[in-house]
Design a protein around this ligand. Structure first.
Ligand code: SF4
Length: 367
C-alpha cells in the first residue's frame, strides 16, 4: 500500500518561509502540515527568536532537524572537522548538503511529500530543493504554484488533445479562448512561458485543475491526494505582503532586516543583513560583513577564528583585512553609491531587496 502523502514546510529563519508558514496555517487549517527547521548551530540570535515566536504563534514546537545530533559539537563544527577545516564556499557548498538537505531527506525517507516553498510572486527564480522523485515542491505565493518539471511535462505538444479535454471539464467561463491557447503548439514564436502566462492570466484556478488532472496520470506525490485545497488559489504575494503577514500576526520581522544608518566621510548610508543563515555565511556581501563586525562584534570575532590554515570565507580577502579602517570606509562608500543607484532605478525601498536583487543565494538557507 502507498504511504500517506505528507505535507511539509521548512522554516529557514528568513522572512519568506516564516510568512508562508503563517499564511498556510491561517488559510489552509485542514492541511496537516509538518513545520520543520534545520539548525546549523550558527544562526544569529534573531533567527532563533523568530523560531520561538513562530512556536508561540502555532502553539506547538517546530520539528527540529539536526545533522549529527549525537555529536557534542554544533552541527557545523562537527562537519568542518570531518572536512579537515575546509570552509564551504559557493562552489563547494558542503554545509547546505550536510546540514540541511541530508537531514531533510532522511526525515522524509521514501514517503510521498508535498513541500511548500516560499518563493514570492515578485521573484524570478525557480525553487529547487530535492531531486528525489517522492518530494514535490509547491509555491503558494506565485501565480504559477507548480514546479518547472511538472509544467514542461504537461506542455509537451503530444498532450495537447488531452489537455483540451481536461480544460473542457473545468467549466471555465473562458473555455473557448483557453482551448485556442491550448491548441497552439509550442514553437520558437510561442514558447512555454508564453503559453503558461496566457493560460494563467485568463483563469488560474482552471489551469490548476488541469495540472491536477495531469498529475493524476503520473507518480508525483499529489497524484495520491483525492483533492488539493490550493487549486482555487489565485493570490500572488509580493514582498510588501510578506512584511504585512509577519507584522500582523505578531510574529514580527527578524531584527537583522532592519536598516541601520551609518555615516562615512560626512555622508550617510544604511546597511542591514539581507538574509537568514549562518552568521559567517560566505554568500554575504562585504557590507554585510561590516554590519556583522559593527553590530555583532562577538560573532565577527568567531567568524575570524575559522580563517586559518589558508582557508578564508571570501576568496579575495581575509576578514582581518576587511576591517582595516580605510577598507571599511571604501566598502561603506560603495554601499552609498549602490543605494543611490537603486533609488534612481526606483527599486524596492527595502535594503534587503536591493541586496537580494544582486546576490544569488541558497534556497534552503535563506527563504
Ligand atoms: S547559511 Fe550559508 S554557511 Fe550556513 S549552511 Fe547555508 S550556505 Fe552554508
Amino acid at each position: 500500500m502507498k504511504n500517506k502523502v505528507r505535507h511539509v514546510l521548512g522554516i529557514s529563519g528568513g522572512k519568506d518561509s516564516a510568512a508562508l508558514a503563517i499564511y498556510m496555517f491561517e488559510k489552509y487549517p485542514d492541511i496537516n502540515i509538518e513545520y520543520y527547521t534545520c539548525d546549523t548551530g550558527k544562526e544569529l540570535e534573531a533567527t532563533y527568536q523568530l523560531i520561538r515566536n513562530l512556536e508561540i504563534y502555532f502553539g506547538k514546537k517546530l520539528t527540529l532537524l539536526e545533522a549529527a545530533a549525537k555529536s557534542h559539537e554544533d552541527p557545523f563544527d562537527h562537519f568542518l572537522k570531518l572536512y579537515g577545516g575546509y570552509l564551504p564556499s559557493s562552489t563547494s557548498r558542503w554545509c547546505t548538503r550536510k546540514l540541511k538537505l541530508e537531514p531533510f531527506e532522511k526525515w522524509v525517507g521514501d514517503d510521498p511529500v508535498i513541500s511548500y516553498v516560499g518563493i514570492r510572486g515578485d521573484e524570478n527564480r525557480e525553487g529547487y530543493i530535492s531531486k528525489k522523485p517522492n518530494i514535490q515542491s509547491i509555491f503558494p505565493f506565485r501565480k504559477n504554484m507548480w514546479s518547472e518539471d511538472v509544467i514542461s511535462k504537461l506542455f509537451k505538444n503530444n498532450l495537447i488533445d488531452q489537455m483540451a479535454d481536461w480544460y473542457q471539464q473545468t467549466g471555465s467561463y473562458h473555455v473557448e479562448r483557453l482551448l485556442e491557447i491550448v491548441k497552439e503548439p509550442l514553437s520558437s514564436k510561442f514558447v512555454q512561458k508564453d503559453k503558461l502566462d496566457a493560460l494563467l492570466d485568463l483563469d488560474t484556478p482552471a489551469f490548476n485543475q488541469v495540472v491536477f488532472a495531469f498529475l493524476k496520470t503520473t507518480h508525483y506525490p499529489l497524484s495520491g491526494e483525492a483533492n488539493f485545497p490550493l487549486l482555487d488559489n489565485d493570490e500572488v504575494l509580493k514582498k510588501d505582503d510578506i512584511y504585512d503577514i509577519l507584522k500582523r500576526s505578531g510574529v514580527g520581522v527578524p531584527q537583522y532586516y532592519e536598516e541601520i544608518t551609518f555615516e562615512v566621510n560626512g555622508k550617510k548610508g544604511t546597511y542591514a543583513r539581507s538574509r537568514s543563515g549562518c552568521y559567517f555565511c560566505f554568500f554575504q556581501q562585504k557590507i554585510e560583513w561590516i554590519w556583522l563586525y559593527e553590530q555583532h562584534p562577538d560573532k565577527f570575532k568567531l567568524a575570524m577564528e575559522y580563517e586559518k590554515d589558508g582557508y578564508t570565507w571570501m576568496q579575495d580577502e581575509r576578514l582581518e583585512d576587511l576591517i582595516q579602517p580605510e577598507r571599511m570606509e571604501q566598502i561603506k562608500e560603495d554601499q552609498i553609491k549602490r543605494l543611490e543607484r537603486a533609488k534612481n532605478n526606483k527599486k524596492s525601498l527595502y535594503l534587503v531587496d536591493k541586496l537580494n536583487d544582486e546576490v544569488e543565494g541558497c534556497i534552503s538557507c535563506f527563504l
